[in-house]
Design a protein. Structure first.
Length: 309
């Protein structure tokens, strides 16, 4: 249970970015209506989540769930205290993002050639070359960019990904104008040791650039990896309400670290998140009701048990 301590210190640099609307819903075959996505956004926003990834600008035939991202961004409009962000993988996606007025973007490529061909339709080196040009274009248009490197901790198709490969890629994207680099455990192959090692190297070699983590809970190490990242200095983590999510191009990839479990972990460590756990569980309940199943996150189930006696 979370520590109930009036002296819990708020970490002003800690950001839990919820990705249920993008990484979570992209795995669901039952398409959410615009009104349902808007309701989920409002529930997450009211819980105190400070950054929400609302979708991706990808081809609707490839990921049908994301077909209305443009309309969702326009419908949400201006937000106060919550950063609205979205994912871009190619030039067409960037054009759509700029047209609907997104001011913060995740722009991502893969460290794995096989995964890149499946996810982006091109080899990893070609995708990186293209993305660095797009990052420069986006930042030139006044958009704040987080550069993501998928499969940073390994690939189910190719196995080990060398840290040098990751460092070269994120360095190029930082040089193109990204203010944050996101190390993504797309396949869920990271360990606390590999997280600490790669974060240490990235922080040393890219001073002044914020390092964030995107962790999947495939082997049950999601929270352990998050804790290792926090100890190594990371203060921005991707999560998803209920632990929803996965990657459609990675066989066996499980969901993200549940947002409610991450909140509980940090609060129990004495690190204030600014997020209302009960309100966040309201968003999880909405998802479970809509999807007709219990999601893998633990804390909302724990709280239900406590409330039920």
């Amino acid at each position: 249970m979370p520590v109930k301590d009036d002296n819990v210190g708020q970490d002003p640099g800690l950001i839990l970015e919820d990705e249920a609307l993008r990484d979570g819903l992209q795995m669901e075959s039952d398409i959410f209506r615009l009104e349902e996505k808007l309701e989920l956004f409002r529930l997450l926003e009211r819980s105190g989540i400070r950054r929400i990834q609302v979708g991706s600008f990808v081809h609707p035939e490839v990921v049908p769930q994301m077909a209305d991202t443009d309309e969702l961004v326009r419908t949400i409009g201006e937000t106060k205290g919550t950063v609205l962000t979205a994912l871009v993988l190619n030039e067409k996606g960037l054009e759509r993002a700029l047209a609907c007025g997104v001011r913060h973007l995740s722009m991502s490529v893969s460290a794995s050639d096989t995964h890149s061909r499946r996810n982006a339709g091109k080899p990893a080196d070609e995708a990186l070359d293209s993305m660095t040009r797009l990052i420069a274009r986006a930042t030139g248009a006044g958009v704040q960019v987080r550069a993501g490197f998928q499969c940073s901790f390994g690939c189910v198709y190719e196995g080990t990904v060398q840290p040098d490969t990751v460092l070269r890629g994120i360095t190029r994207m930082a040089e193109a104008g990204a203010v944050e680099v996101n190390l993504a455990d797309t396949a869920g192959m990271a360990s606390p040791y590999s997280v600490r090692h790669l974060v240490d190297r990235a922080s040393r070699e890219l001073p002044g650039i914020r390092v964030s983590l995107h962790l999947h809970d495939t082997t049950g190490l999601g929270l352990a990896n998050m804790f290792a990242g926090y100890e190594a200095g990371v203060r921005i983590f991707d999560v998803a309400a209920g632990g929803l999510g996965g990657c459609p191009f990675v066989k066996g990839a499980a969901g993200n670290v549940p947002a409610e479990d991450a909140v509980n972990m940090f609060e129990s460590m004495g690190v204030g998140t600014g997020i209302d756990l009960n309100a966040l569980c309201g968003a999880v309940s909405f998802l479970e009701s809509r999807l007709g199943r219990t999601l893998p996150g633990r804390m909302c189930q724990v709280l239900k048990g406590v409330d039920g006696g």
